[in-house]
Design a protein around this ligand. Structure first.
Ligand code: B12
Length: 510
């Protein structure tokens, strides 16, 4: 049945945005004409405020398509001010109601509803069609589960809808082209802006089996979903493989698939079925995320045979900080064991660290460095800056202990856009610069460990690390060039990727 109501969903600074794509698919399946708008794309460590021409293009696009409800996907809290600004501009220009969905309104619904006319809390694949169907049919939408609706000063708050069965929701829609637009730098381009991307990303699950890491969204969503179904859900292998079969016919440039799950569903029967079906029906190399607690040889070996190329694994910090602040019950030994297994299996370990936390002491950093020195090479290191999201356990604890102020919380702060990935030239205390420079050298396997130990022991660099930092930056550039070369050879480098990754004002470490 074709619905009359004309809805737009807007992604902020993300051409991939799973949330927007799932919402659009659900609404299309229910008969709505949905305009998907990708408003600008992200660039590493950068957050340029939109130009006036971009705001005007967005408004004109919404006007020309006769949009009656605009939904903004406010995935990250750092977009809070921007989403508020665009909400006010669109509302002023067109007088249409504005809906917010995504992780930010889920984290801080009371703040979000002060700005938007309605908000969606948590996942709403089915609930969103309920919301707009009620409006389309002239029924009361103010009582829709998972939605809050504001009328002047009155807010109608509703309980959450049950969690969805992941096999029961439509795939993200790569078929529709005429209703998709990318608005950026004075240009409005029609068609899916991500269709030619060599990397195809997807989730095989939602939620997290561990869910207790204090910095993470799962500490908020897990209690929120209590009584609404299983928070951690895995799709069937059939669903994942069929999605890829379909995607390959539409996104014809896929070279590699990246599973963005919090952790890949390493369950014996699931892995066995997947390892059979994937090479036979998909046959593309893929990458997954794992936690040190779940790494063992056999499942990874099966996955390697099926095409697994690399795994990302969060190390985060040393034992003490991991256990006492991040509530991650992992040990240094588990991390070393996991990396040893990656080597045995023959896959690349992309190991991730969180820096810039307000709790690690010099001793903690020293211990972390020693652990990293013990890791069997080769491996890749990705350094991230800690972002403190509102309402997380970590935010509340750090505030309570007076280690941060509200100005450090994402939303007021935009750390996710400044040092999401660590850049050695960012202003930091000299001691931190020395640690970072040493750590950046660690995954450059052409530098012998004995040489790195010499740099570590140098009294000169302890006093003034400037020369060490300059050396690490130069080595990092060589590494970046190498990575870019390899990706070009594999057909994975694109102008879009270069634009995203190569921010000359903030060269990230790799
Ligand atoms: C995968 C992922 C990414 C991928 C996205 C891949 C993709 N194809 O979309 C990449 C790597 C690009 C990414 C980037 C970033 N991410 Co991220 N990401 C995730 C992750 C792990 C899963 C997101 C996902 O795809 N979920 C599945 C989809 C279907 O769920 P969803 O997005 O929540 O959408 C549902 C609802 O929220 C709602 N919804 C969403 N939008 C809308 C809009 C409307 C109108 C409505 C009605 C409903 C609605 O309905 C959807 C369907 O149920 C989450 C953690 C998590 N569990 O959510 C972090 C997470 C969302 N990311 C986060 C952050 C900070 C970022 C970055 C800012 C990091 C950075 N500095 O680059 C960027 C922001 C990029 C951007 N411009 O949005 C944080 C946000 C926390 C916060 N409060 O700020 C999270 C929560 C992780 C965390 N640390 O806890 N991310």
């Amino acid at each position: 049945m074709q619905r009359k109501l004309r809805v737009a969903v807007v992604s902020l600074y993300a051409l991939e945005n799973n949330g927007v794509r799932h919402i659009a698919s659900s609404l299309r399946q229910a008969g709505f004409t949905v305009t998907e708008i990708y408003f600008k794309d992200w660039v590493n460590n950068s957050f340029p405020w939109p130009q006036e021409v971009e705001v005007q293009d967005l408004i004109e696009l919404l006007r020309s398509r006769g949009i009656q409800w605009v939904g903004f996907s406010v995935r990250a809290s750092a977009f809070h001010r921007l989403a508020k600004y665009l909400t006010e501009r669109v509302r002023h220009a067109l007088g249409v109601p504005i809906l917010w969905g995504g992780m930010h309104p889920t984290f801080v619904p009371d703040k979000a509803i002060e700005i938007a006319d309605a908000i969606a809390i948590g996942e709403v694949d089915h609930a969103v069609t309920d919301f707009f169907t009620r409006i389309d049919e002239g029924r009361d939408h103010r009582t829709t589960p998972s939605f809050w609706v504001r009328e002047g000063d009155v807010v109608h708050k509703n309980d959450l809808a049950p969690l969805v069965d992941l096999d029961d929701i439509p795939f993200r829609d790569f078929q529709t082209q005429q209703d998709k637009f990318h608005v950026e730098a004075g240009k409005v381009s029609q068609g899916d802006p991500f269709i030619d991307n060599p990397e195809y990303t997807l989730l095989a699950s939602r939620g997290c089996p561990y869910w207790t890491c204090t910095f993470c969204s799962n500490t908020i969503t897990k209690p929120l979903y209590e009584g609404k179904g299983k928070g951690y859900r895995i799709r069937s292998v059939e669903s994942v493989v069929s999605e890829l079969e379909q995607a390959k016919t539409l996104c014809t440039n896929i070279r590699v698939v990246r599973f963005d799950d919090e952790v890949f569903p390493i369950r014996k029967t699931w892995i066995e079925e997947f390892a059979k079906a994937w090479p036979a029906r998909v046959g593309l190399p893929f990458e997954v995320l794992v936690d040190p607690r779940m790494v063992s040889y056999q499942p990874l070996k099966l996955l390697k045979e099926a095409g697994l190329r690399a795994v990302c694994m969060g190390i985060q910090a040393n034992d003490r900080v991991n256990q006492t602040f991040y509530n991650r019950q992992t040990t240094n030994q588990q991390i070393i064991d996991a990396q040893t297994i990656f080597r045995r299996v023959g896959i690349t370990g992309n190991l991730q660290l969180i820096w810039d936390d307000p709790v690690s002491t010099e001793e903690d950093k020293d211990q972390l460095f020693h652990m990293l020195m013990d890791l069997p090479r080769p491996f890749e290191l990705f350094l991230f800056g800690l972002t403190i999201y509102p309402n997380t356990h970590l935010a509340r604890r750090l505030l309570r202990e007076g280690r941060i102020t509200t100005a450090d919380i994402e939303g007021i702060n935009t750390h996710a856009f400044e040092q999401f990935r660590i850049d050695l030239s960012y202003p930091r205390p000299a001691a931190d610069k020395r640690w970072l420079a040493l750590i950046v050298l660690l995954n450059k396997s052409f530098l012998p460990k004995s040489f790195i130990w010499k740099l570590y022991h140098s009294a000169r660099f302890k006093r003034d690390p400037a020369a060490l930092v300059a050396f690490a930056q130069a080595v990092n550039l060589v590494k970046m060039a190498g990575v870019a070369g390899e990706m070009t050879m594999r057909g994975e480098m694109t102008p879009l990727l270069i634009k995203r990754w190569f921010n000359p004002r903030s060269l990230v470490t790799m």
